[in-house]
Design a protein around this ligand. Structure first.
Ligand code: OSB
Ligand code: MG
Length: 375
C-alpha cells in the first residue's frame, strides 16, 4: 500500500468525571490520533500515552515528537503490505512503543479494509462477543465508591476492578466485600507498593480477589515473583510487560499468573498478538487493559479482545462512562450481560465522526514522505 499522507491530530476531550490512580488524577484527555491515507482508504490509530510520563516513560508530547520527526516520515516512504511488517520498519527506533502503536494500528485498520474483512478477523479473533469489566478510580470516599459499584454491577459489568494505593486498600476492600459478597473483584495498584509492604499485601488475600494488578515496581519481575510465592491470589502484570520476551520471562519466573495486554504499552497489534500467543501456549489467561481511550482506541481494543485467550473480562467498557459524546458512530455500548458484540463489517466496525474530530482538534500536522532534494 502506498501511503499518501499521515495526519496527526491532538484533540482535547474532557472526561465525564476525573479518573484517579495511585500516580495521579486525569480530568481532560489529550487524545492524539493518526489518520493514515492510502490509495483511497483511511486508517485510524490512537496514541494511548498519558498527559504526563507517569504510567510509562512516554507522554502525549514525547509521542508527538517521535511520530512527527521519526516514525511518520519512515512510514510515509515505506510501502507496507501488512501491519505485521511495521515493527521491523520502526526497529531502528528504541522504545517509544505507544508512539509506534499509534501508526502500526492504523496500518492494520487499512489492511482489514483492503481485504474487506473485520479487524477482529484479520487479527485472528474468534469471539463473537467479549466479556467486559470496569476499572473504578480512587474516589473521594467509600460511600461514593459503593454507589459507583452498585451502578456498574446493575449495568451488567462482569468484573469490578478497584484502583488502590496505601491508605485506600484494606479498609476499602472490606467495605466493598461486605456490601457485595459475590461480585468478581480485582485491584490495581499501578506500582504503589514496595518490599516493606509484603505483609500488608498478604492481607489482600482475605477479600477473594480475582487478581492483584501490578503491586510493585513498573519495571520488575523478580520481586513480583517473590511476592507471588507468598500469595494464593494471582498477580497480574500490566506495566512490566512490554513485549513477548517480557511475557516469557514473567511466566517462567512465576511473577504473575495473569497478563493484562495493552496495545500501546506493547507497541501495537503485532506484539500484542505475540504476547497473547505466548501466554496462550503456557496456560496464562490474558485480558485487554484500557488507557481511557476515545472510541478509536476503544474499537482497536474490542477487536483485539476477540482473540481466544482473552478469556477474562477486560477494561473495555461503554463510551458513555468516559465521554458525553464519543468521536465514533455508533458509540460503544455494553449489553445487560456485560458484553460487547464484535461487528463483522470491514475494518474497525465503527465510523469516525470526522466533523466532531475536526471541531475538537487543537493541533494538526501533515506528514509526507521525505523527498530527496538534489543539490
Ligand atoms: O493501569 O489499567 C491501568 C488508566 C490509565 C492508566 C493506567 C490504567 C488505567 C485504567 C483505566 O485502569 C482503564 C480504562 O477504563 O480505560
Ligand atoms: Mg493497570
Amino acid at each position: 500500500m502506498k501511503i499518501d499522507a499521515i495526519y496527526l491530530r491532538e484533540l482535547n476531550l474532557p472526561l465525564v468525571k476525573p479518573f484517579q490512580t495511585s500516580f495521579g488524577v486525569t480530568r481532560d484527555r489529550r487524545v492524539v490520533l493518526a489518520e493514515v491515507h492510502s490509495e483511497g482508504l483511511v486508517g485510524w490509530g490512537e496514541c494511548t500515552a498519558g498527559e504526563h510520563p507517569h504510567f510509562s516513560e512516554e507522554s502525549v508530547d514525547s509521542c508527538w515528537q517521535v511520530i512527527v520527526d521519526e516514525l511518520g516520515p519512515m512510514l510515509a516512504s515505506a510501502e507496507p503490505e501488512h501491519g505485521g511488517q511495521i515493527p521491523r520498519l520502526f526497529g531502528v527506533v528504541r522504545g517509544n512503543r505507544m508512539a509506534k502503536a499509534t501508526l502500526e494500528n492504523a496500518i492494520w485498520d487499512i489492511e482489514a479494509q483492503r481485504k474487506g474483512i473485520s479487524l477482529s478477523r484479520l487479527l485472528g479473533g474468534t469471539r463473537e462477543v467479549i466479556p467486559c469489566g470496569v476499572s473504578i478510580g480512587i474516589q473521594p470516599g467509600i460511600d461514593e465508591l459503593l454507589e459507583t459499584i452498585e451502578r456498574e454491577v446493575a449495568a451488567g459489568y462482569q468484573r469490578i476492578k478497584l484502583k488502590c494505593k496505601p491508605g485506600w486498600d484494606l479498609n476499602v476492600f472490606d467495605r466493598v466485600r461486605n456490601r457485595f459478597p459475590a461480585i468478581t473483584l480485582s485491584c490495581d495498584a499501578n506500582s504503589a507498593y514496595r518490599m516493606k509492604d509484603f505483609d500488608h499485601l498478604v492481607q489482600f488475600e482475605a477479600f477473594d480477589l480475582l487478581m492483584i494488578e501490578q503491586p510493585l515496581w513498573h519495571d520488575d519481575f523478580y520481586f513480583h515473583s517473590l511476592l507471588q510465592k507468598r500469595l494464593s491470589t494471582a498477580i497480574c502484570l500490566d506495566e512490566s510487560i512490554r513485549n513477548r520476551r517480557d511475557a516469557l520471562a514473567a511466566i517462567e519466573m512465576e511473577s504473575c499468573r495473569i497478563i493484562n495486554i495493552k496495545l500501546g504499552r506493547v507497541g501495537g497489534f503485532s506484539e500484542a498478538i505475540a504476547v497473547h500467543n505466548a501466554a496462550y501456549e503456557r496456560g496464562i489467561p490474558v485480558w485487554c487493559g484500557g488507557m481511557l481511550e476515545s472510541g478509536i482506541g476503544r474499537s482497536h481494543n474490542i477487536a483485539l479482545s476477540s482473540l481466544a485467550n482473552f478469556s477474562l473480562p477486560g477494561d473495555v467498557s461503554a463510551s458513555k462512562r468516559y465521554w458525553t459524546e464519543d468521536i465514533i458512530d455508533p458509540e460503544v455500548t455494553v449489553s445487560s450481560q456485560g458484553e460487547i458484540l464484535i461487528a463483522d463489517t470491514p475494518g474497525r466496525g465503527f465510523s469516525v465522526r470526522t466533523d466532531r474530530v475536526q471541531q475538537l482538534t487543537v493541533r494538526k500536522e501533515c506528514i509526507r514522505a521525505r523527498v530527496a532534494v538534489a543539490v
